[in-house]
Design a protein around this ligand. Structure first.
Ligand code: SAM
Length: 296
């Protein structure tokens, strides 16, 4: 399959009269070496089933299609769906789904017997919702290789104490091993984005690091405390939940957590212990309609 260079991509778009839609995060990979290096982190095998998010003109698809068993691609833009159909219809293992990836339902993922690999140069306006979708479907996913804006990638993989560590880093580290595996310069995309990009490799864990009982409440709690990331946890808990500092500090001590620790330095395990202490003390404080959206 022919790789579409910058010249060929522009020619194709012009002959079809297709305008690039910024609001759909359309930036196309035009460097073959970068494409090949990026895909090497997916460790593709002949029996893999790949789900690709936003194939565009098919730069990743044409590096994947001959290496794996099946490829299911989600593309929201009908103009690109037409091109994809023409380019890839000779392949029996190519399946185009003309739909918003975020609308996939659990029953669709459950049609696969085993686990799939998810790959995508993600549209940046929905990178985080895509990550949460992947965590939600984690029991059906072997690994996800996602190109995201560099700052988002740094937030995803950040450790306690670092400036990028936050609600999203805690959440993702409970359910997966995530790593930035590759840096992509702006000029490997057309049109050139304003930001640098990184590829993040997310491998969902068989069992989460922490068994979270009240996931919705916990996802609401995380951004609440990280809004005050530089403050000591006992002050934060007093300020947000009105819990007496003395009582809370005594309970923290029982958990071997320093009363002077700042929110940004707490490990995910410690944060969950704090959450449990608070839910025990104030059972009705959290609204139950919260969702991943609270982490965005
Ligand atoms: N994978 C191609 C590449 O690397 O050259 C294109 C990547 S471009 C950054 C993102 C692609 O995702 C575009 O083709 C865009 O139309 C598509 N897209 C945007 N929102 C989408 C959504 N919600 N579901 C599926 N595809 C989407």
């Amino acid at each position: 399959m022919e790789f579409l260079t910058l010249r060929k991509s522009i020619e194709l778009l012009q002959t079809r009269n297709i305008n690039i839609k910024k609001y759909l995060g359309q930036h196309f990979l035009i460097d073959r070496n970068t494409r090949d290096k990026l895909l090497s982190f997916a460790e593709l095998q002949k029996d893999d089933i790949v789900v690709e998010i936003g194939p565009g003109l098919g730069a990743l698809t044409d590096g994947i299609i001959e290496k794996v068993k099946d490829v299911y691609v989600f593309e929201i833009d009908p103009d690109f769906c037409n091109i994809l159909k023409e380019r890839f219809s000779p392949y029996k293992n190519f399946h185009l789904i003309e739909k918003d990836f975020l609308e996939t339902e659990r029953r669709w993922w459950e049609l696969f017997q085993g686990k799939v690999k998810v790959i995508g140069n993600t549209p940046y306006y929905i990178s985080l919702p895509i990550v949460f979708k992947i965590l939600d479907m984690r029991d059906k996913i072997k690994l996800a290789l996602l190109t995201v804006q560099k700052e988002v990638g740094q937030r995803l993989v950040a450790s306690p104490g670092s400036k990028n560590y936050g609600a999203v880093s805690v959440f993702i580290s409970i359910y997966s091993h995530s790593k930035i595996c590759y840096l992509l310069r702006k000029d490997v995309f057309f049109p050139k984005p304003e930001v640098n990009s990184v590829a993040v490799r997310i491998v969902p864990l068989e069992r989460p690091v922490i068994k979270i009982d009240k996931e919705k409440e916990f996802t609401r709690f995380l951004p609440q405390i990280f809004n005050l990331r530089r403050k000591k946890i006992s002050n934060v808990v007093h300020k947000i939940f009105g819990i007496e500092k003395e009582i809370f500090e005594r309970l923290l001590e029982q958990e071997n957590i320093s009363k002077d620790v700042r929110v940004e330095a707490l490990t995910p395990e410690e944060i969950y212990r704090v959450f449990e202490i608070i839910t025990t003390l104030k059972a009705s404080e959290f609204q139950s309609d919260a969702s991943f959206k609270g982490l965005l």
